[in-house]
Write a protein that binds this ligand. Structure first.
Ligand SMILES: Nc1ncnc2c1ncn2[C@@H]1O[C@H](COP(=O)(O)OP(=O)(O)O)[C@@H](O)[C@H]1O
Ligand SMILES: [Mg+2]
Length: 243
């Protein structure tokens, strides 16, 4: 494995048994994601993007195949070690923000630090600092319903950063946003990348590749080249075929 590789997978497979048959969500995926890259994983709905992020984030285990992140072989981690891996290595950002509705922005960001044994005052200080970083210092006492989609995603990004993880995994982070808010979230992810983190985001929106250093294309749980991807995802040109 090359020194510059941060995420490495070989023949990664995830099979979901569904009634009578098996869904091959990941069908033998080989990835080499560079350290400090902003890698965009493109793929249509159902191509295995979320499954991939769950496996890389240690939220689920593969059916077979190897995953190494930052030199760690995930298969060798027991449940405790995997929980520590999730807490210290990975920051997750979801399409639906996943904020706690009854908590303020400040509480949402401070909450995960409870489990890291950080004292209350320190948790608040850190949460404030992060909310300032994402431009929400005026909204710290707002609850999710009192924030726009873009602002909610900023809170979620601040929360993902509490334990200062070297890896950010983002699952269609702009999927629920209008294009202006989506663009500013992309800029924020680009800043995280510039500050030295590895950012892996999945999307089916090709505009989001604008800030990327690397692009991976997924079809049916496999990585494919640009030509194959384009011919499978571009609608045929129907001009002139109408009577
Ligand atoms: N928990 C599950 N049980 C059964 N099938 C699943 C499950 N999660 C995902 N799948 C299936 O695996 C495939 C890939 O899903 P997913 O990773 O969510 O794709 P994407 O995020 O690219 O839309 C799809 O066919 C989906 O229906
Ligand atoms: Mg998905």
């Amino acid at each position: 494995m090359a020194e510059a590789t941060f995420i490495y997978t070989r023949d990664l497979r995830k099979i979901y048994p569904m009634g009578g048959w098996n869904v091959h969500a990941l069908a033998g995926l080989d990835l080499d994601v560079k350290r400090n890259s902003l890698t965009v994983v493109m793929g249509p709905s159902g191509s295995g993007k979320s499954t991939l992020l769950y496996l890389l984030g240690g939220l689920d285990r593969p059916t077979s195949g190897e995953i190494r992140v930052n030199g760690k072989i995930l298969e060798e981690l027991d449940e405790n070690a995997l929980a520590l891996y999730r807490r210290h290595t990975v920051g997750f950002i979801f399409q639906s923000f996943n904020l706690v509705a009854s908590m303020t922005a400040l509480e949402n960001v401070a909450f995960p630090m409870r489990f890291a044994g950080i004292p209350r005052r320190k948790r608040k200080e850190r949460a404030l600092e992060l909310l300032r970083q994402v431009g929400l210092e005026k909204h710290i006492y707002h609850r999710p319903t009192e924030l726009s989609g873009g602002q909610q995603q900023r809170v979620a990004i601040a929360r993902a950063l509490v334990n200062d993880p070297p890896l950010i995994l983002a699952d269609e982070p702009t999927g629920n946003l209008d294009s202006a808010s989506g663009f500013s979230i992309m800029q924020l992810l680009a800043e995280l990348h510039q500050s030295g983190r590895t950012v892996l985001m999945v999307t089916h929106d090709s505009r989001m590749t604008r800030f990327s250093t690397d692009i991976i294309r997924l079809l049916d749980g496999r990585a494919v080249d640009e030509t194959e991807y384009d011919s499978a995802t571009t609608l045929p040109n129907l001009e002139g075929t109408r009577p």
